[in-house]
Each structure stands twice: as C-alpha cells, then as structure tokens.
Design a protein around this ligand. Sequence first.
Ligand code: COA
Length: 373
Amino acid sequence: MSEPATSSGLRGVTAGATALSYVVPSGEYLRYRGYDIEDLCEHAIFEEVAFLLLHGRLPNRQDLHDYQAKLRALRALPAPLQDVLERIPARAHPMDVLRTACSMLGALEPEGDPSRQIEAADRLVAALPSALGYWFQFTRDGKRVDPVDSDPTIATQLLRLLTPPSPSDEQRRFMEVALILYAEHEFNASSFTARVIAGTLADYHSAITGALGALRGPLHGGANQAAMELIAPFQTPDEAREGVRRMLARKERVMGFGHAVYRRRDPRNDVFKAWARRLSLIAEDGYLYAVSEAIEEVMRAEKGLFPNADFYGASALHFAGLETNLFTPIFALARLCGWSAHVAEQRANNRLIRPGAEYVGPGRLQYVPLDRR
Ligand code: COA
C-alpha cells in the first residue's frame, strides 16, 4: 500500500464537507448556502446573512423583523463582563477584548446542552459587538455606554460605538457589505480551528475563542490591519511603487496579496475595491486609494499576485472611519456567524480531526539516567 501524501499546510487537501459556502479556486464566484455574495452585498443586511448561515435559510420579512428584535434584546452585557472589560487596558489590542469577552461569556452563560448551540451563537453575535463598543468607549472617554440602544442593525451599532459621529448613508451601507463579505469562507484557518475544537466535543465558546486566536495572525484576518499599515505611510503612488519594489527585493511579504485557495482572483475583492473607491471620494485622505492601486499594479507586474479581500477591505474600512486596529475585530464579528455554523455542521456529523505527521526527528537515542548523587 502506498504511503499517504504529505501536504505542507494541508494545501490541496479536502478535509471534510460543508454546505455553508462554495469557494472555487478560479475565484469565479463565492456563494453562501447557494447565494452569490454580489447579490447579498447589493440587497441584504448582515442580519439576513447571519440568519441564513445560522438558521439554514434566508429569512422572510417577518423572520427578519423578529430576528433583528431578538438580536437587539440579546445585546445586554452582564455586570461581571462589564467589570472585566473595564479592566482591559486601553493599549490592549481589540482582538484581546473579543477573545476575553467570548471566554468570559462562556463562563457566565455556558452553552450547557449542545442543542442550545444556535441560541448560544445568536447571543454571541449580539453581545460581542456590544462588548467591543463598551470597552472602546470606556477606555477612550470613560463612558459606560448602554449597548442596548435603538440601533436597528449590528452595522449601525458598530458605527455608533466605534467611529466618529454622524456616519453617512454610504458608510452605513458599506458596514453591512463589509460584514456580509467577511461572514463565511469555507475551511479557512479560523473556521477550521473552530471545527477542530468542536470535533473534540468541547463547548461552543471554546471553539469560538480558539477561532478568534487563529483569525488574528497577519497571514489570515490580521492581514487587513497589516495592509493598512503598509498603505498609510505612502503619500503618493510613486512612493508606494518604490516602497513595495524595495520590500519585494528584500523578499518581504506584502500583506493583502495572494491566497491559499484562489488562483486568479478573490471574488470579495471586486466588491471591496468598488467600495474603497466610492468612499475615498468623500474621505480626507482619499489619495490613499491611488496609493493602493499603485501597490496592486506592482504586485501584479512583479509577482503575478492579486489583491485578496483584505487589501481593499483595509482601505474601505479606513475610509469608513475605523481605526486600523479595529479592522480585524470587524472581520471577527462577521466571521463569528461562519464559525458558529461550522461548529454546528461539525457536530452534526462529527469525527475527531486528527491528521498524521511525518516524523523528521532523530532515530532512537540511548537514555542515560542522571546521576542524582
Ligand atoms: N507577498 C509576497 N510574496 C508572496 C505573497 C505576498 N503576499 N504571497 C505569496 N507570496 C510568495 C511567497 O513568498 C512564495 O514565494 P517563493 O515560492 O519564492 O518562496 C510563493 O508566493 C508562495 O507562497 P506560499 O506562502 O507558499 O503560498 P500560500 O498559498 O501558502 O500563501 C498566503 C497564501 C495567503 C498565506 C500568502 O499569499 C500570504 O502570505 N499573503 C499575505 C497575507 C494575507 O494577505 N493573508 C490574507 C489571506 S485572505
């Protein structure tokens, strides 16, 4: 019998089945439970997509009305969680805040019976934006905001708590789009992490806390922050071309380019790019859009690499008024729906995930007991 193949980074390995999203290497389309992301981005709000992923079908008008009301009612934070949030320093990364809040909520309100998993997911989808906003407002302005506000959607709540006052209609619509685009993406590193944890029959909050950790790295969700940190210092397209060529000469990675599955394009990028352009027209530092295009041009010409969702996602989030270190948390609050749906899917047909490893250490060594005298 031939030895099973070893795949570095599990690249090209089909590690299970999913009905949640369809990712094709050509990048021709991306579908959530059969629906093209472009259609969802054009017409839906994030709560519709959350319902689709968590509850298995698109909501009708009444379902959506009821679901929004339910999520609004689930926004409140228990006092011990507020207390913990107040103790997280202002200098902490907001991903620390989400990871801590998720873990704390799991301790205060454990899932209990796995039949409650979707209830637990709805609660987290509603409460984590509140937790982030509560910490942000408390550490910036010393304000103890009441997260249970009349904001109709999670997108409007996030804009109210995390960005300067009076967002435009365009910014509001963009936040829905950003949350929709980040909501689900098959067996990406963080969703796979959630499935690995769920596969051990651990609880829901442990799976999500682990996923939050996996998302944060710059090769995954942290790429949007890293991409903005690359783009922001350049004043002109020429400076950007020069700077990126120097990075490539030093063999550095340019965050926001390339993809582990897509070979030609990332379908999310076109939507993000169009929004970045649109929002740049009303932004003070809208010149950064031209800077981004110059970086894209160099990466295509020199490396044959295309921008992934995080590259123009970064400038669009920036033009929408978010601080750079909030970009990955926005991604996380959206992907929370995908993670939760993956946990449910894994549990429905569970098998412990346990790949093998190729041993590359030394052969048998002679153990010599220590002389303890
Ligand atoms: N900048 C510069 N070079 C890159 C690159 C990037 N963003 N992405 C890939 N490459 C190069 C690698 O250096 C490597 O070159 P080499 O063969 O000369 O060493 C080659 O392309 C293959 O890279 P590899 O890391 O093996 O491909 P992968 O399929 O594992 O990579 C990513 C996928 C996403 C990890 C990778 O493209 C990357 O690091 N991108 C930047 C981080 C990012 O944007 N992440 C978000 C993904 S949605």
